[in-house]
Ligand binder design. Structure first.
Ligand code: AKG
Length: 299
């Protein structure tokens, strides 16, 4: 009997370990009601004015009947808090941690599908890097339901299990499942998973907020340190400062004047200002080397 694809849904009490295991076996998972209505209301009051004045998308991919906003950390304190949500970071530790000494905030985005928006091209987030799939998780997408996600309003389509498919295999219609979830929930999926937004057949908007994470040695999709330059980032919690890129991405990676870029955010700091740190070197030793070689044994 062929298995019907499905996205497993957990409630907010789920452990990080259970989510990591589910992402490993199915590539995607939902945490329902991770954030309560009061917090979501706060998020809306901070971000909605920016969304209301956003232009329509200029490409089919961005959605010509959609509005998007990025640089969310500079626009919303609640978003800054959600970006360092302890459960989410514990999942990043389990999913991205094995392949890097630290991971980064990759992109922040609001995606508002307006009434009449059509289905987005189904894609893999990892396509932005020239690496064949399936590959180890390069990114972990955390897509928050900023509004309810329903079948009718364009809840994200996901192909569960597709993180293990070969490069050439694309999903058939029956392999795509919608991430139906109430406001405040969270859809997680890794970089080899096929997905995209579904059409919005209702007369209301469907909005998702993406806070995605990537391996610390990859270039981030959104240029976080230009989006949040030092004079802005110095007011963020230190964990967030490091997460967006005011830190090494591994031994030697990303220094400024021989030092750790976190020093740029501190007055007169000489703390961990050195071109690399023994701790990073030690962590680096524990990471299994990835092989990107295209030369086969027969050559
Ligand atoms: O809006 C969605 O449901 C998914 C959007 C997405 O995957 C993207 O724009 O990369």
């Amino acid at each position: 009997m062929t298995e019907v694809p499905a996205i497993t849904t957990f409630d907010r009490n789920v452990s990080a370990a259970a989510l990591v295991a589910e992402l490993d076996s199915n590539g995607c998972v939902i945490v329902e009601h991770h954030v309560d209505d009061v917090r979501m209301q706060q998020l809306h009051s901070e971000l909605q004015p920016y969304l209301d004045t956003a232009p329509l998308g200029r490409t089919e991919f961005a959605g010509r009947t959609s509005r998007r906003r990025n640089g969310l950390l500079t626009k919303s304190e609640t978003c800054c808090e959600l970006a360092i949500d302890p459960l989410l970071l514990a999942v990043c530790d389990g999913v991205l941690g094995p392949n890097c000494v630290n991971y980064r905030l990759h992109v922040t985005m609001l995606v508002e599908l307006m009434p009449g928006e059509v289905r987005q091209e189904i894609h893999r987030d990892g396509e932005i890097y020239p690496i064949r799939h399936p590959a180890p998780p390069m990114t972990l997408a955390a897509f928050w339901a900023y509004t309810d996600f329903t079948e009718e309003n364009g809840a994200t389509l996901v192909a569960p299990g597709s993180h293990r498919w070969p490069q050439e295999r694309t999903p058939e219609a029956h392999e795509l499942v919608q991430a139906v979830m109430p406001k405040g929930s969270l859809l997680l999926y890794t970089s080899s998973v096929w997905h995209g937004s579904e059409a919005n057949h209702t007369d209301a908007v469907r909005t998702g907020m993406g806070l995605h994470y990537s391996l610390g040695w990859l270039r981030q999709e959104e240029n976080q340190v230009l989006s949040s330059p030092p004079e802005v980032a110095r007011h963020f919690p230190e964990q967030l400062q490091r997460l967006i890129g005011y830190d090494f991405g591994g031994p030697y990676l990303g220094f400024v004047e021989q030092g750790n870029p976190i020093g740029l955010l501190r007055d007169g700091d000489d703390g961990d200002f050195a071109r690399t740190e023994p701790k990073l070197n030690a962590q680096r030793e524990t990471i299994e080397l990835l092989s990107l070689s295209t030369v086969s044994d027969d050559d």
